[in-house]
Ligand binder design. Structure first.
Ligand code: GDP
Length: 298
């Protein structure tokens, strides 16, 4: 996903190599190139501005290291700042002291929420947990069945409303799902919620009602990295409407520019916990800001 960004940053930084000493003009020119590369990759403007200001300030400052030549120092600074906008440290899933822990998933329809529920369930099961999926997306006709299918593939149970009872109340299903988890000794409950095609108030209210009913330990905002600048807009809307404690980036295997998704951490202040990069349940892992920065810097 970040091939173009990676190529541009690498060649910009490469051009510094061989220079003995960097002048302020060299640093300004490099910063300008980096700015263009980030903007072209769809990184949000406020994030780019802050990033570039930090690079300039640090590169022009007296960060002299005997071990590194000036070009290497700039590369080190760019790497560190990239890690910083991606969240710094890897943030682990916060689980409750008294199980079951509740993880609620929120996001737009098509963001990859249901697939993610299966991926997360499989990942947790492999770590010895006994997750229960709870189907609270009662909006889309196939959503419950789809969750049951990914649940089966992940080898975990799914709690769903009984068929034939009309659309049903997602808040009630969520509550009963938690009861079922306690009863059947599941230590983690993953609550899938409805997503609309665009941000809408009813969706936000429903997600907020489910949140109030289940008091999640984590609310994960699931965002498709392919949707460009809308990723930031949607993240802000969910932050204000539902609130979330972490972000999951999906479809990082796509060929879109992806920089907007990389801005979500900085824009919302919430960490990226996981990354999804394919349709298979195994295409999923913990998000490591340092590894992502290394991947981008080539
Ligand atoms: P939901 O509407 O948010 O529940 O989204 P779904 O889980 O149904 O996913 C929507 C589509 O995106 C499906 O076709 C998934 O197979 C696909 N999808 C989900 N995650 C990924 C991913 O990481 N990479 C790719 N390429 N496709 C994905």
């Amino acid at each position: 996903m970040f091939d173009t960004l990676s190529d541009r940053l690498t060649s910009t930084l490469q051009s510094l190599r061989g220079k003995g000493k960097l002048t302020d003009a060299d640093i300004d020119a490099t910063a300008r190139e980096i700015r263009i590369a980030l903007l072209e990759a769809d990184v949000a403007l406020p994030v780019v501005r802050q990033f570039i200001a930090q690079i300039k300030q640090r590169a022009k400052g007296a960060e002299v290291s005997a071990a590194l030549n000036p070009a290497q120092q700039v590369i080190k600074i760019v790497n560190e700042e990239l890690v910083a906008i991606l969240g710094g440290e890897t943030r682990r899933l916060a689980l409750a002291k008294n199980p079951p822990s509740v993880i609620m998933l929120a996001g737009l329809q098509g963001s990859g929420k249901t697939t993610l529920a299966g991926k997360l369930a499989l990942w947790l099961r492999k770590q010895g947990h006994a997750p229960l999926l709870v189907a609270c997306d009662l909006q889309r006709p196939n959503a419950v069945t789809q969750l049951q299918v990914v649940g089966e593939r992940a080898g975990v149970a799914t709690f769903a409303p009984e068929p034939g009872n009309g659309v049903g109340d997602p808040v009630d299903v969520a509550r009963r799902g938690i009861d079922e988890a306690k009863h059947a000794q599941h230590d983690i409950v993953i609550v899938d919620t409805a997503g609309r095609l665009g941000v809408d108030e009813e969706l936000m209210r429903q997600a907020a009602d489910i949140r109030d009913a289940v008091q999640p330990d984590e609310t994960l905002f699931v965002v498709d990295a392919m949707i460009g600048q809308d990723a930031v807009v949607t993240a802000e809307a969910f932050r204000d409407g539902v609130g979330f404690t972490g972000v999951v980036l999906t479809k990082l295997d796509g060929d879109a520019r992806g920089g907007a998704a990389l801005s979500v951490r900085q824009v919302t202040g919430q960490p990226i916990l996981f990354a999804s990069n394919g349709e298979k349940l195994e295409d999923f892992d913990t998000f490591h800001p340092d590894r992502m920065a290394s991947r981008i810097l080539g």
